[in-house]
Design a protein around this ligand. Structure first.
Ligand SMILES: Cc1cc2nc3c(=O)[nH]c(=O)nc-3n(C[C@H](O)[C@H](O)[C@H](O)COP(=O)(O)OP(=O)(O)OC[C@H]3O[C@@H](n4cnc5c(N)ncnc54)[C@H](O)[C@@H]3O)c2cc1C
Length: 395
């Protein structure tokens, strides 16, 4: 039986491991951490509050296949995510910036004129990236866009990325629009849900299969070597497949340089009060050294007499010292990644996957989708995907 080693027990690794196990392969999933789940790992604290150890995670998708796959392993709670920005003391406005935010921060007569101009230029119910609005030919809209840029984006982005919003490019800034509506939802996807028993339980259910063996607290990089198109595992040529969801630059011993990431520092606090802030996530867009505060009891938890918050600080990633979170795909970094990707093609039984393996920011649904697509690629065009129970459509 062909052996598959999957490096990483996060969402990408768990998904591909499950699909391969269901197609009859023996799969070993290895993770250097002591827990499964990668960055979506969560746990119940002593007060029964579900805490997400690596920052706030909300599941959202428009992808039916992804949603059906995950729904085989969890029940869901409906959850419409809302985020507010704290622009000054006791002044919280919805983000993405919408008409409610507009009327909350501008005098009525001016807000009316801006609303009118937005409806004419962008269209009622539509949205526009802030950097695009700053280029408007209408001076009133430019002035408005500059205000939003200054009070909602600039400081936040500087804290988050350590650079100006303009330096980030469309993929990141395109995600932060101004909405010409009162819709205060953070996402607009068809499915916006949280797994009823948390993300760790979801991953545990995905990994529970007789053909999957799990090995935690094991850094696979220390046990493998890549040379001349061959993968060596424990000193011998690997007779099987390696799927790598760890850092690709580390896998190739940084031969094309270190790929930069932003990292995060989290400060958790349990407070003896039932509520701390007006929304589950509050972005600090004009003050504070942290970027945002998340209050976990505001997700889907029933009210309790205590609450847990986490303050999130963005810092540069330092190899071996902190966790790489957000790939910085600007400038020549993407070019360096392409060299690694090209190098990986010299190894016919090596596949890169996931946020770190493909050096891309991936939402959870994209991580699952990419794993499903990789599975289809490994099995080949002739393979009938509908024979895999986890991919079967509901009748
Ligand atoms: C702060 C933050 C908030 C987010 N919020 C959302 C959200 O609200 N909604 C959403 O859809 N997405 C969100 N995401 C994205 C989400 O976290 C990712 O889509 C998801 O975690 C990707 O899973 P992955 O398996 O690719 O990577 P990871 O979760 O990073 O898993 C990789 C695993 O590989 C292991 N590993 C690495 N190298 C080795 C090695 N050499 N040996 C053994 N093991 C190794 C690591 O320990 C890790 O467990 C957020 C991301 C961040 C950083």
């Amino acid at each position: 039986m062909e052996k598959v080693i999957v490096v990483g027990a996060g969402l990408s690794g768990a998904t591909i491991a499950r699909l391969l196990a269901e197609s009859g392969k023996d799969v070993i999933v290895v993770d250097k951490r002591e827990n499964i789940g990668g960055n979506i790992y969560d746990y119940y604290d002593k007060n029964g509050i579900l805490v997400q150890a690596y920052g706030p995670h909300v599941f959202h998708t428009n992808d039916e296949e992804v949603f059906e796959f995950l729904s085989k392993f969890t029940e869901w709670n409906e959850y419409k995510h809302k985020v507010v920005a704290r622009v000054r003391k006791d002044k919280y406005v919805p983000v993405p910036f919408n008409l409610t935010s507009l009327y909350s921060l501008f005098p009525l007569s001016k807000a009316l004129c801006i609303e009118e101009a937005l409806k004419t230029e962008v269209g009622e119910g539509n949205q526009i990236p802030i950097l695009e609005l700053r280029k408007s030919e209408n001076p009133l809209l430019r002035e408005f866009a500059d205000f939003v840029y200054k009070y909602i984006f600039y400081i936040y982005t500087m804290k988050q990325w350590g650079c100006k919003p303009e330096q980030l490019g469309q993929t990141i800034m395109g995600r932060v629009p101004v909405k010409v509506s009162n819709d205060d939802g953070y996402f607009s996807d068809k499915y916006q849900v949280m797994p009823q028993k948390g993300f760790t339980q979801l991953i545990s259910n995905i990994l529970r299969h007789p053909r999957i063996k799990l090995k935690l607290k094991t850094d696979l990089k220390k046990e493998i070597a890549l040379k001349d198109g061959q993968i060596y595992f424990g000193g011998r040529v690997l007779d099987g497949t390696l799927i790598y969801t760890g850092c690709v630059d580390e896998l190739f011993d940084y031969k094309y340089g270190v790929l930069p990431y932003r990292s995060l520092k989290f400060k958790f606090q349990t407070l003896k009060q039932s509520s701390f802030q007006p929304a589950s996530v509050v972005n600090y867009t004009t003050s504070a050294s942290y970027t945002r505060i998340t209050e976990f009891t505001k997700f889907t938890c029933k009210p309790k007499d205590s609450t847990v918050i986490v303050k999130e600080y963005a810092v540069n990633h330092k190899k071996g010292r902190n966790i790489p979170y957000y790939p910085v795909t600007t400038g020549r970094n993407k070019v360096d990644y392409d060299k690694y990707e090209q190098e990986a093609k010299n190894y016919k039984n090596l596949y890169l996957l996931g946020r770190l393996g493909t050096y891309r920011y991936l939402n959870m649904d994209q991580a699952v989708k990419n794993a499903i697509n990789l599975f289809a690629k490994i099995e080949g065009e002739e393979f009938d995907m509908s024979t895999i129970p986890a991919l079967k459509k509901k009748d």
